[in-house]
Design a protein around this ligand. Structure first.
Ligand SMILES: C[S@@+](CC[C@H](N)C(=O)[O-])C[C@H]1O[C@@H](n2cnc3c(N)ncnc32)[C@H](O)[C@@H]1O
Length: 293
């Protein structure tokens, strides 16, 4: 750190130089993709696209940019996830705000959304329910990509509910996304054509082995699924019947190895056509089922 602040006489801190230095600084801390992370954070501080960094590598940083960059990379190196530092994530081609106390959306969930888009008809008015909406990525994307859909999005966390509401406004779907605080189905009224959820599913015994970046910074309630990771999933499955129309679809993200257990839960709840699918990394990740009557 000292070199970056002190030796202005010897180093001209251009975009190129600062990226090179930061890559090493991050690499030393074991951050994977150190160059990419450096670029994203520098682009954020300079308020430009990453592409701009490539087009203008010789641009010097202003003293203010340098000071802000220094602060942000110190936090990153100490383990704060990059998304909490930039306050922004991309999800399925859309922009979302993100902040502390709310789960950071993962690429696996983009695949969940893709499945949902493939499962529901585009030419009908549909009601969708997103349980545990977090930053609202699933609910907002459904509304954005399916213009005839109305989404109810719930979360127990006040921070998540506020952020999901902001993200619905940011993406201009606030008229079709109804965000509310609810303990799963507790305040949910009515039936839905699609019930979707990325619930907390990390088994209790795996919680302590999560990388510090996740365990130390993301909300525990968004991750911990209790014994075998099944406790919250079981509550969701139990509430499905009351809230699904005949022929409606349920689509959940699950943890690898949970396919059989979730299938059993769903079977005993009377759901049919249950299938477990794998993600891009070949892990069991999605379960899809239908309500018969
Ligand atoms: C894995 S995160 C998913 C967030 C978001 N849907 C996504 O995919 O990025 C699980 C979410 O479920 C919420 N949650 C946990 N327990 C809940 C409960 N009892 N009722 C409602 N939401 C709950 C958490 O606050 C968290 O936002």
């Amino acid at each position: 750190m000292g070199q970056m602040g002190g030796s202005a006489l010897t180093v001209n801190w251009t975009v190129r130089e600062i990226l090179k230095w930061t890559r090493g600084y991050f690499k030393g801390a074991g951050i994977s993709q150190p160059r990419l992370e450096a670029e994203i954070l520098l682009a954020h501080v300079m308020n430009v696209d990453r592409l701009h960094l490539y087009l203008s590598p010789d641009t010097p940083l202003t003293p203010d940019e340098r000071a802000r960059f220094r602060e942000i990379i110190k936090k990153r190196r100490s383990g704060v996830p990059r998304q909490y530092l930039t306050g922004e994530v991309q999800f399925y081609g859309l922009r979302f705000r993100i902040r502390d106390d709310v789960f950071i959306p993962r690429p696996e969930t983009e695949e969940l959304l893709e499945r949902a888009l493939g499962l529901v008809p585009r030419d009908r008015d549909l009601a969708c329910l997103d349980l545990g909406t977090g930053s609202g990525v699933i609910a907002v994307s459904l509304a954005k990509y399916l213009p005839r859909v109305k989404v109810t999005a719930v979360d127990l966390s006040t921070e998540a509910v506020e952020l999901a509401q902001e993200n619905a406004e940011l993406n201009e779907v606030v008229d079709r996304v109804d965000v509310m605080r609810s303990n799963w189905f507790e305040r949910v009224v009515g039936k839905f054509d699609l019930v979707i959820s990325n619930p907390p599913y990390i088994p209790e015994e795996e919680m302590e082995n999560l990388p510090e970046e996740v365990r130390g910074h993301e909300p525990r309630r968004a991750l911990a699924g209790g014994k075998e990771g099944m406790e919250e999933i079981a509550k969701l499955v139990a509430g499905l019947e009351e809230h699904m129309y005949a022929e409606a679809t349920a689509l959940f993200e699950i943890g690898d190895g949970q396919g059989k257990m979730v299938t059993e839960e769903m079977k005993s709840a009377g759901l049919i056509d249950i299938r477990v699918e794998r993600d891009f990394a070949e892990q069991e990740r999605y379960v899809i089922a239908r309500c018969p009557l």
